[in-house]
Design a protein around this ligand. Structure first.
Ligand code: HEM
Length: 490
């Protein structure tokens, strides 16, 4: 429901004008209340049902609407119509978030930031559900629930636990690259406007000839990167836990519309095969980045946020993004994490928001859509008089390939559970990230790590220190010195 016009009289949810919204019907001025006071009942009943489950991750967030404007022609790579001409604009909705905290948690926690962008294209919704980091902690979705449990609360004490976090990370060395980013200054961004966004996964694009290239999406902030010091982030967590929401909402209200330059890394299958041969890195491994020197950033467009939602619950809390939402001209990739996410989001939203979450205005496609899915709770757009079964005459006429004109994808290898630990290089890229930090940036990393590491068991500490040593001996030495300074020699 949009904002009611001024002076609209108060009514029940069914639109019946209210006689009195402040005094229940009682038997005498002091007496018990009458069951016939339907307005009282409805008011209390609706109040009891105000909350929907919070997102199992990324529960605290901020959203806004905006536009995406194409500045460069990428038709050679994709036939997606939103990119069909320079200057073309597409409406967007974005939600930024922290990851591990609850809905009421502080915006300035050390945590990755969610960076989810929906493009309401003429061929359906494209959702790029990324983070402010180009890599992730794990490379197999089967570990995601374990990983997230370590970021949440201890089942007994209901406290966050450094031991749980580093127990997990030290047994999953593939996390080191992202752990390094998380404990660097980038782990506490100054609000949502001053950070970059990344699609993170390797996705694909398909052009009008059905040719596939692999890509990584980047959003470069035009406001400049700004981070909070660990001390300032800690102070704000108490003084202004909604710091990032206040900053984003206020900037848009003031007409200071934040913008990001949307960029693309592009590679053919052959280029990736050669790169893998040379580097040893799997291009579909989410714990790795594609270095810009190998795959330069190509400009694509400008993404701007310029309108605050009218209603937080309806538009931000009920927003339901999914990496599976890819329009014609786009595709997925063999990235195991992406494959897991293609299932996880819609499933979570069927539970969190409801069977027909795609009917809600923030989630609905802004182009005509037509399927045979019917009924279920809160069916707002239920297909009207259209048939609710597939037209069987059309069966068998589907083109070969993956869909949307995408060529078939060649697969290799037998079906099995593959454990890459020990066999794959999980340390060089973490070391490269460490080495490009400034001396002060390195010191902050050491100090940020030493705090929680001073609380973990000796065995966990030694396992984690060994990973730092393998990434770069100076990394391990720096963390040891910072631990020493805290009175915890290691
Ligand atoms: C939210 C699962 C990895 C970014 C969520 C939600 C689930 C989920 C269930 C809540 C969805 C909802 O209730 O609407 C997973 C699984 C993953 C994974 C199973 C790994 C296999 C990632 C990665 C990224 C990411 C790698 C970033 C690159 C996000 C964001 C949101 C989110 C930004 C919040 C979207 C919003 O603002 O509504 N994830 N996730 N997730 N995830 Fe993931």
């Amino acid at each position: 429901m949009s904002t009611p016009p001024p002076n609209t009289p108060l009514s029940t949810a069914s639109g019946i004008p209210l006689a009195d919204n402040q005094n229940s019907i009682s038997a005498g001025p002091r007496g018990p209340l009458l069951l016939q006071d339907f307005h009282l009942l409805e008011k209390l009943q609706h109040f009891n049902r105000e909350r929907i489950p919070e997102r199992v991750v990324h529960a605290k967030g901020s959203g806004a609407y905006g536009t995406f404007t194409v500045t460069h022609d990428i038709a050679a790579y994709t036939k997606a119509r939103l990119f069909s001409e320079v200057g073309k604009q597409t409406a967007t909705f974005a939600r930024f978030s922290t990851v591990g905290g609850e809905r009421g948690s502080a915006d300035t926690e050390r945590d990755p930031r969610g960076f989810a962008v929906r493009f309401y294209t003429e061929e359906g919704n494209w959702d790029l559900v990324g983070n402010n980091t180009p890599m992730f902690f794990i490379k197999d979705p089967i570990k995601f629930p374990d990983f997230v449990h370590t970021q949440k609360r201890d089942p007994q004490s209901n406290l966050k636990s450094a031991e749980m976090m580093f127990d997990f990370w030290s047994h999953a060395p593939e996390s080191l690259h992202q752990v390094t980013m998380l404990f660097s200054d980038r782990g506490t961004p100054d609000g949502y406007r001053h950070m970059d966004g990344f699609g993170s996964h390797t996705y694909s694009l398909i052009n009008a000839d059905g040719q596939r290239v692999y890509v990584k999406w980047h959003f470069k902030t035009r406001q400049g990167i700004k981070n909070l010091s660990a001390a300032e982030a800690g102070r704000l967590a108490g003084a202004d836990p909604d710091y990032a929401q206040r900053d984003l909402f206020g900037a848009i209200e003031r007409g200071e519309f934040p913008q990001w330059e949307v960029k693309l890394q592009v590679a053919t299958e052959e280029q990736l095969a050669q790169w893998e041969q040379r580097t040893g890195w799997n291009p579909f491994d989410l714990t790795k980045v594609w270095p810009h020197a190998d795959f330069p950033l190509l400009p694509v467009g400008i993404f701007e946020l310029n309108r605050n939602p009218d209603n937080y619950h309806a538009e931000v809390e009920q927003a339901a993004f999914s990496p599976a939402n890819a329009v014609p001209g786009m595709g997925y990739s063999p990235d195991k994490m992406l494959q897991g996410r293609l299932f996880a989001y819609h499933d979570a939203q069927l539970y969190r928001v409801g069977t027909n979450h795609q009917h809600l205005p923030v989630n609905a496609a802004r182009c005509p859509f037509h399927n045979q899915q019917r009924d279920g709770g809160m069916a707002i757009n239920n297909g009207g008089a259209a048939r609710n079964y597939a037209n069987l005459a059309a069966a068998g006429s589907a083109p070969q390939g993956l869909g949307h004109g995408e060529a078939a994808l060649a697969l290799q290898g037998g079906a099995a559970r593959y454990d890459g630990r020990g066999a794959e290089d999980d340390f060089s890229q973490a070391g490269n990230l460490f080495r490009i930090l400034t001396p002060q940036g390195k010191q902050n990393l050491f100090d940020n790590l030493a705090g929680p590491l001073s609380q973990v068991r000796e065995e966990t500490l030694q396992r984690q220190l060994a990973h730092f040593d393998r990434a770069d001996p100076a990394y391990g030495a720096g963390v040891r010195a910072a631990l020493q300074a805290l009175g915890k020699p290691a």
